[in-house]
Every structure is written in C-alpha cells, then in structure tokens.
Design a binder for this molecule. Structure first.
Ligand code: SME
Length: 146
C-alpha cells in the first residue's frame, strides 16, 4: 500500500486533534529524512503549534504570520522549500542540526487553515516528490478539518 493510503487508513477513526498527532508521528516514522514534523494551525494572525514529533520541542510554538518560512508559506498559500536554511535570512532557527525545510499550507478552498512544517538534518532533503506527497497529505487534513 502506498504511504498516503496507509495514512488515510490510520486516521480514519480519529478526531481532528488525534489526526494531527497521528499524521506527524506517521510522517516522521515512515520517512527517515523527515527529522522533525509539526503542524501549525492559523489562529488570527498567528500560527500555533498543535502537534509535533521529533527529538526535541521547538520554542517557536506561536509564529506571527509575518515571520519565518512558516509565515511565508501561509501568506503566499504556497509550499516553500528551503534547500539550505543557513543561506536563507527568512529562516527562524529552531534546531542547530536542521539543514533544510519544507512548509506546506493546509487549505480549505482559498483559506489557509494551517500548515505542515518539516525540518531535515540533510541538506536539500526535499524534492518535488516530497512537495507532491505532502500537498496530498495537507489536502487530507484540510478535508478532515471540522
Ligand atoms: N523554521 C521555521 C520555524 C519553525 S521550526 O522549524 C519548528 C520558520 O522559519 O518559520
């Protein structure tokens, strides 16, 4: 079974908050280069961390929509891939070992509900395949949002 179908099956009986936790844990467990996985939801003008899985907690639990790669993806309603976080001044540092990042908005129509944020310890860890897969995961979360 492909990853998206397995995830879909694992979340089928869960409520939205359990779905977020299951999704971040599933992604981190199933894809080795996804070292830290979080979901932020938009509350007013802030992105608020609702679920995460990784070696340690981030201090960025609330991110103003004007800040960071997270803010950028929410403002532009588009996936942002940063191949080398140390070369990107927009990046808000969380962990010293992070080298690349992808942030994928969770949309409901034209509205941003939140986003999936993944950090990797590998440089240029995220490709178009990751974008495609994670946009499907984000669509699944958008459908399940209540
Ligand atoms: N790096 C993000 C902040 C969140 S942490 O990666 C968990 C950013 O630049 O917005």
């Amino acid at each position: 079974m492909d990853l998206l179908s397995s995830l879909n099956r694992e979340i089928s009986e869960l409520d939205f908050s359990q779905t977020l936790q299951k999704t971040v844990s599933f992604l981190r467990k199933r894809v080795a280069r996804y070292n830290w996985v979080g979901v932020y939801m938009l509350e007013g003008s802030e992105l608020v961390l609702k679920a995460w899985d990784g070696p340690e907690a981030t201090r960025h639990t609330r991110i103003p929509i004007g800040k960071g790669i997270c803010g950028l993806a929410a403002r532009e309603k588009k996936t942002v891939i940063v191949g080398d976080v140390n070369a990107d001044p927009r990046y808000l540092a969380c962990f010293p070992y992070t080298r690349s990042e992808i942030v994928v908005p969770i949309l409901k129509g034209a509205k941003v509900l939140g986003e999936i944020d993944i950090d990797s310890d590998t440089l240029n860890a995220f490709t178009e395949k990751d974008r495609e897969f994670l946009e499907q995961v984000a669509a699944l979360l958008g459908e399940r949002y209540v």
